[in-house]
Design a protein around this ligand. Structure first.
Ligand code: SAM
Ligand code: SF4
Length: 488
């Protein structure tokens, strides 16, 4: 199956299968090596950091080479069938390593573990441990069980677990951008989606631990945080006596106030829940980025109803209009599914016309993939031929390319405030970073500026995915500045 992705960072294709490496906790080495690799969305990568920090406390050292590991963990994704196929193929590669080292522990974590539970142990003989997303605190016990000759499973979902007290280790990172989970699970029950089954009920993490984590990140040099949740707009927290209540707009402001030099991004917003209050919070703080990921899934109201998205075409358009009115410069991206059960050509055309209406900056586009156990799998036939799904996908991908390009062209001649993230992938002579609106910007290295600093870059050329330009001096009259000048 083909997934076509115009990337931003929430599901980063280039990171799929990446192994996590960290320095050992002093005085705690137990002589065993852990190899952990992750698939799927940013939430999974963030969870692997929690797992690594739990096991580092037990004295595990990480390794980037699974052939010399004592424990191999694979943190999995179930969102589409091809995500699961990729994991199954990877497990085949671990077989040989386990044959050479029979004492090796192989564990499956994350959404596939939750979906398949103990069945995994029957289907994949080499797997010793199966652990769902809410059971990572139990990992040391589960590894002990396996050491004692048992297979081990914990797929209990929790209504409370947010891992709020565990500070994730972030050693694979560039030290500049970090993902911070603000909630877990999802209560929405979109009919195509497996997430409510694999990640359980929605729960919000307490705001104090979130602000503390972001403050600690800022103090250790990070300059951008992305607040993560399946539906950040339904973030809600109340003190026990209910005198203090925090919604997503309040949380955004609290994080924005940590420091004006800390950029704040967030994902994902749900069209049914994104309020004008959130949009005003974005405009109020310069450091909250003008970028919203607002998955539409389909532009047709009947299909949206079958998908159980709980909004219709008019509602979605109303939210887009509100964004354009309140934050005129805002970049907007989306997710689209083609060929959902019974989708007609006419209905698909409404998705196309929605894309024409919004002119998204980016889009993640997928063919519908039936997931066992979901409402759609139970209620509706997966009746659109793969060739039709693929043709519709190809059509919207081509359209999105045009829109991405025209959105980029509109930035030419404008000065972008860029947070330098590192060297460009193609050349050590260029820096790369993102604009406020999440566009990748590449420009020649100037030794006076280092990764983690802000610079003003005049956009001079572009492709569909990247702006290219040069650093320009700040305009003191506008109160702008590059980090070097100390002006903001
Ligand atoms: N919570 C987010 C939301 O509601 O927009 C996104 C969650 S999901 C990890 C990311 C995207 O995967 C969805 O927005 C949807 O477009 C896509 N997706 C989910 N289930 C799918 C399925 N069964 N087939 C194809 N795409 C799917
Ligand atoms: Fe899945 Fe819908 Fe929840 Fe997103 S909001 S995770 S698509 S059920």
């Amino acid at each position: 199956m083909m997934d076509l992705v115009i990337p931003d960072k929430v599901h980063d294709e280039s990171r799929q299968g990446e192994a996590l490496l960290l320095t050992p906790v002093e005085g705690k080495n137990n002589g065993r090596k852990l190899y952990i690799e992750s698939y799927g969305c940013a939430m999974n990568f963030s969870d692997s950091e929690i797992v690594a920090s739990i096991l580092a406390e037990q004295g595990f050292e990480t390794t980037g080479d699974y052939t010399n590991a004592d424990v191999i963990f694979i943190n999995t994704c179930s969102i589409r069938e091809n995500a699961e196929t990729r994991v199954r193929n990877r497990l085949k590669e671990f077989k040989e390593a386990k044959r050479k080292n029979p004492g090796m522990v192989v564990g499956v974590l994350g959404c596939m573990a939750e979906r398949l539970k103990a069945k995994f142990l029957e289907e994949e003989k080499l797997v010793d441990v199966v652990v769902g997303p809410d059971a990572y605190r139990d990992l040391p016990n589960l590894i002990d069980q396996v050491d004692g000759g048992q297979k081990a499973v914990n797929v209990l979902l929790s209504r409370e677990e947010t891992y709020a007290d565990i500070s994730p280790v972030r050693l694979n990172s560039n030290g500049i951008n970090a993902f911070v989970s603000i909630m877990r699970g999802c209560d929405n029950m979109c009919s195509f989606c497996v997430v409510p089954f694999t990640r359980g009920r929605e729960r919000s993490r307490d705001p104090f631990s979130i602000v503390k984590e972001c403050t600690d990140l800022f103090n250790s040099g990070y300059r951008e945080v992305t607040l993560l949740g399946q539906n950040v707009d339904s973030y809600k927290w109340a003190s026990e006596d209910e005198t203090e209540r925090v919604n997503f707009a309040n949380l955004l402001e609290r994080v924005a106030l940590i420091n004006p030099d800390l950029r704040v991004r967030f994902s994902t917003s749900h069209p049914k829940d994104i309020t004008d209050e959130v949009l005003y919070a974005i405009t109020k703080h310069d450091n909250v980025c003008n970028y919203i990921h607002l998955p539409v899934q389909s532009g047709n109201s009947r299909v949206l109803e079958l998908m159980n998205r709980t909004y219709d075409r008019e509602w979605y358009i109303n939210r887009i209009d509100a964004i354009r009115r309140i934050i005129p410069e805002c970049a907007i991206s989306t997710d689209v599914i083609t060929g959902f059960c019974s989708e007609t050509d006419e209905e698909h055309k409404e998705t196309v016309s929605m894309m024409e209406y919004v002119k998204y900056d980016f889009a993640y586009m997928f063919m519908y993939s039936e997931r066992p156990g979901t409402l759609a799998a139970k209620r509706y036939a997966d009746d659109i031929p793969e060739a039709v799904k693929a043709a519709r996908l190809t059509e919207i991908v081509a359209l999105q390319q045009q829109h991405s390009y025209s959105r980029m062209l509109a930035q030419l001649g404008k000065v972008q405030k860029v947070l330098i993230e590192g060297f460009s992938k193609k050349s050590k002579n260029d820096y790369a970073g993102r604009s406020d609106q999440n566009a990748m910007v590449v420009f020649p290295v100037d030794e006076r500026y280092k990764p983690g600093m802000y610079v003003n870059v005049l956009a001079e050329r572009c492709t569909t995915a990247t702006l290219m330009g040069t650093i320009v001096p700040p305009d003191p009259l506008k109160g702008e500045g590059n980090s070097l000048t100390g002006l903001k």
